[in-house]
Design a protein around this ligand. Sequence first.
Ligand code: ZN
Length: 430
Amino acid sequence: MKKLTLLVLSIILFIGCEDKVVVREKVKTMIRQNEYQKVAINYPITNYKELDEQIKKDVDHDYQKFQKDTKSLSTPSEFNLSYTYNILHERYMMITLSTMIQSDALEHTNNSIHTYVLDQKKEKILTLEDFISKEELKKIMPLMKEALLSKYKDCIEMENFSEMMAPNFDHFSLFTLTEDYLILYYNPEQLTIGYEDIVSIEIPLDKIGLRIDFERGVFEEEHETISIPEKVIDPNKKVIALTFDDGPSYYTDQILKLLQKEEVTATFFLIGNKINRYQETVQTMLKNGNEIGNHSFSHKWLTKLDDDDLQEEIILTQDTIKNLTGFTPRVFRPTYGAVNDDLKHQVNLTPIMWTVDSSDWKIKNANTIANRVLESCQDTSIILMHDTHKRSYEALKIIIPSLKEQGYQFVTASELETVKKIRARAKLDA
Ligand code: ZN
């Protein structure tokens, strides 16, 4: 009876630290106890083969090392392996395994950590290099050094420290991401003397140019049929945003096909009352990676409406798009480019104006339209066009290849905002 009580107690003790973890996946648990050894192992089974194999390998390695180090000892020892599990942006799976070894024969507690980041969409284990560039890493090195030196000032081992702080991704293999931070870990012996716990530093994400999915509005979970393809944008290279107003129309499909063939994406500011006539077109827009924005329900002069009518113009369009696709736009384009503080205040969407007007609504010749656009384009330009004319499509056949040749990356309105933010941040930090 006494033995049973002891065992139950030790289970509570060993897995007590697990109660905060939301375990959605299966957990592999092993609890063992004999005269000298207490062993508690908990690790997740994720059902991603490569990841499960890697985790199993690391667990086995740690456990065998413990056995090797303590088996011949006739003094009490403990091995405790636990984990945390998190999903970020419904896509990245973050797992950390923490091993703690205690033994009377050891001078101190031995802590170590393993981290895993899985891209569930690509079913691929990611390294820090998948998230930040080497240049970016170099940029954040001073931040890291400063944070480490102030947090662990009495126990940093300076010789290892200088070596570990070289901007080499091998030295930053232990990491995880949260909504707001990149957290880097080190096992204590990597950086410190006489320190037992895991060494960690948190770097605010707004200090780093992270390669993470660019925000393009919010998808409802029940509409999983439309998935936006992935895209990599280099914020250091020229970007341009093609935008189309007043559609969808009879010509939109042609334009979508051309964009797809050229492998570029754009933003379509839709008029709500036209959407249900072109349902498939609007779905294709999203499927091909384009962004959809709000251009009112019936193209009224929005600054001239009272608050209720204005809300109706915006909300009806949001609802129509959401009901059809599951996607809720986050950007809007004011009709006639007319915007005032009241409108900005009333409409809870980001207004997107333009910097290059193609005038395709009044110029009848495709070449003239194309030349007009190409003459005025520069980095971060937003081009205003309309997917309601054949000539706009013809002009695009000239505009897109020419801009591509000049090295422009075609981004959507939201992506352009993000690129600008990243650049502004980089400038601040410089
Ligand atoms: Zn318009």
